[in-house]
Design a protein around this ligand. Structure first.
Ligand code: C2E
Ligand code: MG
Ligand code: MG
Length: 741
């Protein structure tokens, strides 16, 4: 959880997400362009084919139209009637209606038939031919001839003679004549002046035949720019061939008109395709270049984004997750709370004495220390746990555990690891850590609330001695939450006699470990919350002004005890607030005389704080007390700013070395050197040394060897009730032997 997440798969995803659409749209564009070009070319080809077919039809129709015109240049003529019908003149016919037609108009065959449809003249291929040739064609020509005769009978020639139509009737059509597909045109031979009258139906008819063969096809090809035009019986089915089946007016198939298919679209494609392909390749190369650049940029962007995200979620110094990241991780863990056997647990950590390192060795040293602490913490946690730096010297750990044993064991490991000296700029720095633990109780799902609870437990750990782990209890919360209520309850408690009491923690001398006195410690048994730590209610009392009443109650009971046991030292904790009170000294002396306690048996414990805050008042009060023989002890020595300086400025009788130093005493540790320095200096100034919080035999041995004078701690005795203390005093007088074997 604490490690930096690998960005590679995400980066790939990002690249695909960014580049995918670009590549896809490029491919679609190219495909669409290609499809469009092909479709356009095909469309152009299709339209061109339609046009070519229309042209072919038109050409054939034109040809059919033209032949009657050619004929009528010679058949509407008085001479023609004369030389055919009235006095047959072969030579005249040949040069005007036969060979002429071939030579001038290109007709392949010209036949003249009489009024009974018998051929009287035939020209084939530019030469007069035997009539038999024409007769052989007659069965093929008869339908057309009959058609023309029907028209003439229908009055078409009358209309011409009456000048209501421009030309005499004619019939022209496609037909197969003598096995050859042909254009055939029939027109009657009539007078142009109207001078020669013919009876209806007796007209001679001129027939022109144009063979749809190679020669004619070539003519059309030249004339109309139709490439490779030809007429075929069975068609030309090549890929480049266009074909039009030609039928006559009654729908019978005559022949195919073929030509070379023109595909301007395909042609255009063929010509532009290489250029298009080159352009496409260039575009592809440019696009690839752009894409590569885009990919590189997007990768850089994504890397930057991931880096920024990482920075936003991590502490720059230790690279551990920061507070927002930690909070969201806790929130996630609470949502996915797997059940009773895996409770989301938060450990809040605060370094002890970090400020001293920072102040004495400098900020760079402080940073190095924080970094080193981060590293040690990282080594202690498992892969499913998270360690975060919340800021300053505050760290936090997120873990899941069935109960409190595991978090407490982890805390112990942390305290040990952080307690080991740090090598900073070649010198050893030394800090401790206080830990607050809170576990989600299953139904709560608010990360902030869980963190707040761990914070409260941390506060408890700090105020009750440091370098320890405290598990959150609801009473701590209530105390903090209901400060006003607590104040009222404390006021009430001070009025009564059954809630506030004083316990005494025995003090032992170094030589024989004989009980030499005791420290009075205020106790409050709250009706609902049970035992409340002085660390909680003393600050409330100090802030509400109740401390003077409370302090006086404690002092009174201490003085009573002292009066009963002259020769035993009774130590009383004095709050700075009390010491600032101008009347305080007077009340102390009043109590001493009231109870009969000797001033020399009273020891007042003050903290460095008061010396710092209000030096003049404090030093005056201290001077007055000392002049009366009351001893002054500097409590929690070593935890304040520059404790050693005060020893020169303010004359005190004793220092009490804070238990955070004592708890870290192990052979070879730096704490030994520190305690050694403190005792040496104190002794040089003729100040006695008490060691607080002695919990183990080793600590006792080390402290003894260092020359401490007095010991206090759970190893020797916890705070006890007054009656129990008196038992101890009595017992010591009768059997003065060591308490620790
Ligand atoms: P302190 O004056 O340093 O008192 C010693 C504290 O250390 C006591 O906590 C005592 O129970 C605890 N202690 C003693 N031996 C050991 C040990 O071996 N291991 C551990 N872990 N702890 C040990 P307590 O009674 O909770 O008092 C806490 C603090 O509250 C005192 O620290 C003192 O500063 C303040 N206090 C207590 N009573 C009074 C009072 O009547 N007036 C004022 N102004 N402050 C008081
Ligand atoms: Mg004390
Ligand atoms: Mg103390």
């Amino acid at each position: 959880m604490a490690s930096r997440p690998s960005g590679t798969p995400r980066r790939w995803w990002y690249s695909i997400a960014v580049l995918g659409p670009v590549v896809a749209s490029l491919a679609v564009t190219v495909a669409a362009t290609l499809a469009f070009v092909l479709w356009t070319a095909q469309g152009i080809d299709q339209r061109s084919l339609d046009r070519q077919i229309a042209l072919a039809r038109h050409v054939i129709a034109l040809q059919l139209d033209r032949i009657p015109h050619d004929q009528q240049s010679a058949t509407i003529w008085d001479d023609a009637v004369t030389h055919t019908k009235l006095s047959f003149d072969q030579t005249w016919i040949s040069s005007n209606l036969g060979v002429w037609m071939h030579d001038f108009f290109g007709h392949d065959e010209a036949i003249v038939v009489d009024d009974r449809n018998r051929p009287i003249y035939d020209m084939a291929d530019g030469k007069d031919t035997d009539i038999a040739h024409a007769e052989a064609q007659m069965p093929d020509l008869m339908p057309l001839l009959s058609d023309l005769r029907r028209r003439i009978a229908g009055g078409a020639l009358d209309q011409y003679e009456a000048r209501t139509r421009a030309t005499p009737p004619s019939v022209s059509d496609l037909a197969t004549i003598g096995g050859i597909p042909s254009l055939v045109s029939l027109t009657p031979i009539v007078s142009d002046t109207g001078a020669i009258k013919q009876s209806r139906g007796s007209e001679f008819v001129h027939i022109s035949i144009v063979h749809l063969g190679t020669a004619y096809a070539e003519r059309i090809a030249d004339e109309y720019f139709i490439p490779e035009a030809s007429f075929t019986q069975y068609g030309r089915f090549g890929a480049d061939d266009a074909m039009l089946p030609l039928t006559n007016s009654s729908g019978r198939f005559i022949t195919f008109f073929n030509w070379q298919l023109q595909r301007p679209g395909s042609e255009m494609l063929r010509q532009t395709l290489p250029a298009l392909a080159i352009a496409f390749l260039i575009a592809c190369a440019i696009a690839t270049g752009l894409l590569c650049q885009l990919w590189r940029k997007s990768r850089a962007l994504e890397a930057g984004r991931a880096e920024a995200e990482h920075q936003a979620r991590h502490d720059p110094l230790t690279h551990l997750p920061n507070r927002p990241h930690f909070e969201s991780a806790v929130a996630r863990a609470l949502v996915h709370l797997p059940g009773r056997d895996h409770r989301t647990t938060v450990l809040m950590l605060d370094l002890d004495r970090f400020k001293q390192v920072n102040d004495t060795l400098g900020h760079q040293a402080g940073d190095d220390l924080i970094e080193a602490v981060g590293q040690r913490l990282r080594q202690l946690i498992g892969p499913t746990e998270m360690v975060a730096r919340l800021g300053g010297d505050e760290f936090a750990i997120l873990t899941g555990a069935a109960g409190l044993t595991e978090p407490l064991q982890l805390s112990q490991r942390i305290i040990e690891a952080v307690g080991k000296p740090f090598d900073i700029f070649g010198s050893e720095a030394f800090v401790g850590v206080s830990i607050g633990i809170a576990a989600a109780d299953g139904h709560e799902a608010d990360a902030r609330e869980l963190i707040r609870k761990a914070d409260i437990a941390l506060y408890e750990a700090k105020t009750t001695g440091r370098n320890r782990a405290v598990v959150f209890e609801e009473s701590m919360n209530e105390l903090l939450q209901n400060r006003h209520a607590i104040e009222a309850e404390l006021r009430e408690a001070l009025r009564r006699t059954d809630q506030i009491s004083v316990d005494f923690q025995p003090l032992f001398d170094a030589g024989q470990l004989r009980i030499v006195g005791a420290e009075a410690l205020a106790r409050w048994r709250h009706p609902r919350l049970g035992q409340v730590s002085p660390a909680h209610f003393i600050p409330v009392a100090e802030q509400s002004g109740l401390i003077s009443v409370l302090g006086e109650q404690v002092l009174r009971r201490a003085c009573q005890m002292g009066a009963d046991w002259p020769g035993k030292v009774i130590a009383v904790n004095i709050s700075p607030v009390q010491l600032r009170d101008a009347q305080f000294a007077g009340r102390v002396f009043a109590l001493l005389s009231e109870t009969g306690m000797r001033p020399a048996d009273l020891e007042l414990e003050i903290t460095e704080g008061i010396l710092l805050e209000d030096a003049s008042i404090a030093s005056e009060a201290i001077r007055v007390f000392r002049s009366a023989g009351i001893r002054i002890a500097l409590d929690d020595f070593g935890t304040g700013y520059s404790s050693l300086n005060y020893l020169k400025r303010y004359p005190v009788d004793r220092i009490k070395i804070d238990r955070s130093f004592v708890s870290q005493l192990s052979p070879g540790s730096v704490s030994i050197a520190i305690v050694q320095a403190m005792t040496t200096l104190a002794h040089a100034l003729k100040i006695e040394v008490t060691a607080e919080g002695v919990e183990t035999r080793e600590q006792l041995d080390v402290l003894t060897s260092l020359g401490c004078n007095i010991f206090q701690g759970f190893l020797l005795s916890p705070p006890v009730a007054p009656a129990a203390l008196e038992d101890l005093f009595r017992h010591a007088e009768t059997a003065p032997q060591s308490r620790v074997a």
